[in-house]
Design a protein around this ligand. Structure first.
Ligand SMILES: [Zn+2]
Length: 310
């Protein structure tokens, strides 16, 4: 084992989308990259169980779960979801949610828990949207709350698209603080309010992005003092992204990763990382951005150390 934290991964994470703008083979490619570069060894990875239906019910309606399991989505459901239906796709979402729960539990133990997947922040209780059928972020938080492992959690969503599903799920829930930093002029057109939304204009680059995030984030973190932070490390604020309109570089994105994780660990708040979007014209760039998040996690954990929760 090379790492001070585990990488949660399952080969079933692949949503089997074929030729689709969402490169669902990216999870496997990130794993290969980390192994090939000597960053991780096979035993740094742990395999999650799929979430149980009971876990999924902590967030989603029985009707939506039934539709997914029985393949009875309407035409409209599939148009809104924007990915083709298959049993493999459904299993991938159950596994991503199980991976999120495992990464969150491991975060409490090691300071960082890292899911090489998940981040499906556009999923609502009763429907899916924008490639997201099941909200693994919300399920992980609700599972740990229900198990009494934490009393409050924070979501820091840095995907280029606003975390509408997560915001809607936790609206009015005082135990969960949601922050979303995103391009305003982008999907989703309707943005249910997060606790804090940072709406960015088009074309924002590294320095402005980091400046806009730093103060609201650290004020929220120190004021709320969550017992778990879920970092939604979207790769799509990248300048080469097909579905994003911001202009961050590879270096800027890694700096963002470092800032989010370092600030949390300094306040002894454990961080569970999930991936979310990434649609770079060159798939290799998306893989680099996600792999860099793992590198940043290792660097930050090494520098800051983990002395347990406050
Ligand atoms: Zn996105």
């Amino acid at each position: 084992m090379l790492l001070p934290f585990r990488l949660v991964y399952h080969e079933g994470y692949d949503l089997n989308l074929g030729d689709h703008v969402f490169p669902s083979q990216k999870f496997k490619l990130v794993r290969s990259r980390l192994l090939r570069e000597g960053f991780a060894e096979p035993d740094d990875f742990v395999e999650p169980e799929p979430a149980s239906d009971e876990d999924i019910l902590l967030v989603h309606t029985p009707e939506w779960i039934r539709k997914l399991k029985t393949g009875t989505l309407t035409y409209r459901d599939i148009v809104t979801l924007e990915i083709p239906y298959s049993q493999q796709m459904v299993r991938a979402f159950w596994l991503a949610a199980g991976g999120g729960i495992l990464a969150a539990r491991l975060a409490l133990k090691h300071g960082i828990g890292f899911n090489i997947g998940g981040g499906f922040h556009h999923a609502f209780p009763g429907h899916g949207e924008g490639f997201c059928a099941i909200n693994d972020i919300a399920i992980a938080i609700r599972r740990l709350l229900a198990d009494g492992l934490i009393r409050k959690a924070m979501v820091v969503d840095c995907d280029v698209h606003q975390g509408n599903g997560t915001a809607a799920i936790f609206a009015g829930d005082e135990s969960v603080f949601t922050i979303s930093i995103h391009q305003f002029n982008n999907y989703p057109s309707v943005k249910p309010p997060s606790t804090v939304d940072i709406h960015l204009p088009d074309g924002v680059s590294d320095q402005e992005y980091l400046n806009r995030l730093r103060d609201p984030y650290s004020t929220a973190l120190t004021g709320f003092l969550p017992e778990l932070l879920i970092y939604v490390a979207g790769a799509d604020p990248y300048f080469g992204d097909q579905l994003g309109g911001l202009s961050l570089t590879l270096e800027g994105l890694k700096e963002r990763d470092r800032m989010v994780m370092e600030t949390a660990l300094e306040y002894r708040v454990p961080v569970a990382v999930v991936f979310a979007g990434g649609y770079a014209l060159q798939l290799a760039d998306t893989i680099t951005i996600h792999a860099n998040t793992a590198l940043a996690a290792a660097e930050v954990l090494k520098e800051t150390g983990w002395h347990g929760r406050r």
